[in-house]
Design a protein around this ligand. Structure first.
Ligand code: NDP
Length: 685
């Protein structure tokens, strides 16, 4: 019989069997956890030494590319994971959320890394700000790899997505991780880690896996480490208060259980399409993954008069759910992840039954051979008639296809009922009235991590109540654990250390690897646009010749662009304006500056693809003499090629346009693609 192994210190370990892991479908033993107890002191040291060092041999861009390749590899090998995922009780659709949802998160972070992170292993969170009158002293922020290891303790319901949504930002940040999946479904995580390892793409020590107990792992952590946790509020509390975690102030991010709600607003009548959308959303959340989603709707808050119809419509849909072995024809809902979970859900149903009325459940048997030994349960729908008084449904999380309808009499009541969840991951508000949304959402937001507003238009493309997206925050306050995951590139920052730095602009430039205004510049006889990506240096700069802005310039630019705004053409109106005279178009100043600094010949600069941080700081009246300073601010090597197959990199240029008194009139960054020449970096010739 198979023994599921840990992957620690670069080796798969586990020969002796310990606890049986059983199929959720028929109770058959799939294999065993292992009995060997790892030495977690060695495991953490290996991560900090080998894992750190391997990750630091790469930079953000290379790790992003690695994530993308890993995601591609996993996608090509997904079928074996689907086969195993069935044993967790999941239908093909449920498995898709876990498996391909996980790969999608890898792809998303790969793309965020490539587009939003620099080359190197330091993030400059600028802009730097002058701290003295003459800009001799400035301040800014940097983020650096912590140098420690992340321990990810995950829940049973998403054995693959749960691992990858934490692994992706952690890996990008340059932090090795030790993943501890929930034992019940750890065989699927093990299979995914084997694939990741087989890909040959993972740097040594960057990912370790524990099957079974974490032993004294938390006691081995140091100040530079991080713990993230998903699971029950009780375990979160226990682990967060671990003596060593408290003593060393080790960051602990918790995502715990949550009594998520769906609110039907009072403006929705039975004739509105939104009514059916609401029913569909609640139904989907109750039955997808057998309701085993941390985001699933547990509390259905509806106007009192809408309640009877809602019960009918929801019950009608639930009655069509056939549950059982996902391999059986027509089965829509699978099993809970384990018999232990089944017992837990049954106990919670019994608890809810004491104060709420059960209005729907099925007494049918699950379909499929051997399913009587599986972890099956039919959907259960309750009504809590006095939700402001009877609080069980706000406290008891039955982690299965179980939800409770709660009537309200006013919007304020609905908000009070939602607040009794004491902090949730997500709530859906179904309304077609923007004023209701504007009134309710800010109030709900104080106690939620995410709010999903459902109406007919949103439904056309909605990703749904229950789907955390890589680009948006996942995690809620209070009972939901108080943590934050995903939220785009922010998730990477959670695994890095932020520090403020102060010093001269030249020092800040050297540290951040970005030109900071006021720093010494490098001026040579070669125009910066003649340099290849490799040879251009940060701080390399060009101060242009001058140009006096004439009335003819304004007239010509107005004719060319069609912009005849009074400030440029109406003498009287311009005199009465705050500027007291006609001024040049801001966009003309930009164009004129480009004319000053661009080197016209064919060269390594391949394209100008945008502007950032544009500000027109002072007006430019007729007769002003402008000049520009162009300075290489930042270089990003994404390892990309141009359309004709030539390697290129991104160069960001700081542009300052000044007048005859050296007053800054316009300021911006321009983004260019610059060809590589294959010659080693920073060799000025
Ligand atoms: P637990 O909190 O018991 O387990 C979550 C994770 O913590 C698992 O990996 C578990 O490992 C691990 N763990 C448990 N105790 C310790 C410990 N002392 N030291 C280190 N690690 C530990 O949650 P369950 O998975 O049992 O689920 C219980 C309930 O939690 C569910 O019924 C549901 O209500 C809620 N839940 C909420 C989720 C959410 O995302 N918000 C997700 C899943 C569950 P092991 O499995 O080996 O014990």
């Amino acid at each position: 019989m198979k023994i599921f192994q840990s992957f620690l210190n670069g080796q798969w370990i586990g020969e002796e069997k310990k606890s049986a892991l059983k199929s959720a479908i028929n109770g058959d033993v799939i294999g065993y956890t292992h009995a060997e107890k790892p030495d977690f002191s060695k495991v953490t040291q290996y991560a900090r030494k080998e894992g750190q060092s391997a990750l630091m041999h790469m930079d953000f861009q290379q790790r992003a590319t690695c994530l993308r390749n890993l995601a591609k590899y996993l996608l090509e090998h997904k079928e074996s994971l689907y086969q195993l995922s069935r044993e967790t009780g999941a239908t093909r659709g449920d498995s898709w959320i876990d498996i391909e949802g996980g790969f999608g998160t890898l792809f998303a972070y790969a793309s965020m890394g490539r587009n939003q992170l620099p080359s190197g292993n330091l993030i400059h969170q600028g802009s730097a700000m002058p701290l003295g009158k003459n800009n001799n002293f400035a301040g800014t922020h940097i983020l650096v790899p912590k140098g420690g290891v992340a321990v990810h303790i995950n829940a049973f319901n998403f054995p693959i997505w749960g691992m990858l949504e934490k692994f992706a930002p952690c890996f990008l940040a340059g932090m090795p991780c030790i993943v501890k999946p929930a034992s019940a479904t750890s065989y699927l995580t093990e299979a995914a880690v084997r694939l990741m390892n087989d890909s040959g793409l993972l740097p040594e020590g960057s990912l370790q896996l524990i099957i079974g107990s974490t032993g004294d792992l938390l006691g081995q952590l140091i100040e530079q480490d991080v713990v993230t946790f998903t699971g029950s509020a009780q375990t979160a509390r226990l682990l967060k208060n671990h003596e060593n975690i408290v003593k060393r102030s080790i960051p602990f991010n918790a995502e715990a259980d949550s009594l998520n709600a769906a609110i039907l607003a009072p403006d929705i009548s039975r004739e509105d399409s939104e009514f059916d959308l609401f029913v569909r959303e609640v139904f989907k959340e109750m039955t997808t993954k057998v309701g085993q989603k941390c985001t699933a709707i547990r509390r259905i808050i509806v106007p009192r008069e809408a309640m009877p119809l809602l019960i009918d419509k929801l019950s009608e849909k639930l009655a069509k759910v056939s549950y059982g072995d996902p391999d059986c024809e027509g089965v829509r809902m699978g099993a809970l992840a384990s018999i232990e979970q089944l017992e837990d859900v049954k106990a919670k149903i019994a608890e809810l039954s004491e104060t709420s009325e059960l209005v729907y459940s099925q007494d049918t048997k699950p379909q499929g051979i051997g399913c009587q030994k599986g972890a099956f349960i039919s959907p259960h729908l309750f009504v809590n008639h006095q939700p402001l008084i009877n609080c069980a449904a706000h406290d008891v999380e039955a982690f299965g296809p179980v939800a409770t309808i709660m009537p309200y009499d006013s919007i304020d009541d609905a908000l009070s009922i939602a607040a009794l969840g004491k902090g949730s991951l997500v709530t859906t508000l179904c309304t077609k009235d923007p004023m209701i949304a504007a009134k309710m959402i800010p109030s709900l937001a104080a106690l939620h991590g995410r709010l999903h507003i459902l109406d007919a238009q949103a439904s056309l493309e909605s990703t749904g109540h229950g789907s955390p997206l890589p680009f948006l925050k996942h995690g809620g306050p209070g009972r939901a654990g108080g943590g934050e995951e995903l939220a785009g590139i922010n998730a990477v920052y959670h695994y890095m250390q932020k520090a403020a730095i102060q010093g001269s602009p030249t020092m800040l430039s050297a540290v951040t690897g970005e030109y900071v205004r006021g720093a010494e510049v490098i001026e040579t006889d070669v125009h910066p646009f003649r340099r290849s990506f490799e040879s251009i240096q940060i701080g390399e700069s060009l101060l242009t010749h001058r140009r006096t802005i004439t009335e003819a310039d304004i007239v010509n630019f107005g004719s060319l662009s069609g912009d005849h705004f009074y400030m440029h053409f109406d003498d009287i109106a311009a005199k009465e304006s705050q500027f007291g005279e006609r001024i040049a178009h801001g966009y003309f100043v930009l164009s004129a500056a480009a004319g000053l600094f661009v080197d016209p010949g064919v060269g390594p600069v391949l394209a100008n693809y945008g502007l950032d941080n544009l500000r027109f700081i002072e007006p430019v009246p007729i007769g002003t003499t402008i000049r520009a300073r162009l300075t290489c601010k930042r270089k990003i090597d994404q390892g990309k090629e141009s359309k004709d197959g030539k390697p290129q990199g991104v160069v960001v240029w700081d542009v300052q346009v000044t007048d005859q008194n050296d007053v800054l009139v316009a300021s911006y960054d321009i983004l260019t693609l610059v060809a590589k020449d294959g010659v080693k970096e920073n060799s000025l010739q």
